[in-house]
Design a protein. Structure first.
Length: 148
C-alpha cells in the first residue's frame, strides 16, 4: 500500500464519527460486509473502485481528501456523479494526448490493464488511481470525473 493511502483508515474513521456511523451502520448503508468495514478501519484492506465511489457518495467528500492527498474534504464544493471509469479513462487519454505507450512508461502499468480499463471489465485499485492522477497531471476527483 502506498504511504499516501495510509490516511484512508483515519479519514474513514473521522467521516464516520462526524456522521455518528458505526461499522455496522456503514456496512448496511454501503452494502458491504461488516468485517470488510473493520478491515478498512484497521488498514488491512482498501476498498474496491466501486466501493470507494459508493463511500465518496455517502460521505459527500473529495476522493483526494479520503486518500490523504488533500486536507480539505470539500475542496471542490460540488461533486458530479462519477461516470463509468472506462469512459473517463478514454476521455483523459484523448484530452491529455497521452498515448498508452507513454502512460505505460510513466506508470509501469501493463497494456492488459489499459485494455481492461478501456473495455470496462475492471477498474483500477485505489493506489493505481493515485498513480494515474499523477500521470494525467490532475487530482483523483478529476480523474474520476467528479469535478471538471
Amino acid at each position: 500500500m502506498m504511504d499516501i493511502l495510509l490516511k484512508f483508515p483515519e479519514r474513514l474513521a473521522d467521516l464516520m464519527e462526524e456522521r455518528d456511523l458505526t461499522p455496522a451502520s456503514l456496512s448496511k448503508l454501503a452494502n458491504i460486509n461488516y468485517s470488510t468495514v473493520t478491515r478498512y478501519l484497521n488498514g488491512a484492506r482498501l476498498p474496491s473502485f466501486e466501493t470507494f465511489i459508493r463511500l465518496l457518495e455517502i460521505f459527500g467528500c473529495s476522493a483526494d481528501y479520503m486518500i490523504g492527498l488533500q486536507n480539505d474534504p470539500m475542496f471542490a464544493m460540488q461533486f458530479l456523479p462519477a461516470p463509468p471509469f472506462y469512459e473517463r479513462f478514454a476521455y483523459l487519454l484523448k484530452e491529455k494526448r497521452i498515448s498508452q505507450y507513454a502512460l505505460h512508461k510513466s506508470t509501469g502499468f501493463s497494456y492488459d490493464n489499459f485494455n481492461k480499463w478501456l473495455k470496462g471489465t475492471t477498474s483500477p485499485y485505489l493506489d493505481n488511481l493515485v498513480k494515474l492522477a499523477k500521470a494525467f497531471d490532475c487530482c483523483v476527483d478529476s480523474l474520476l470525473g467528479r469535478i471538471e
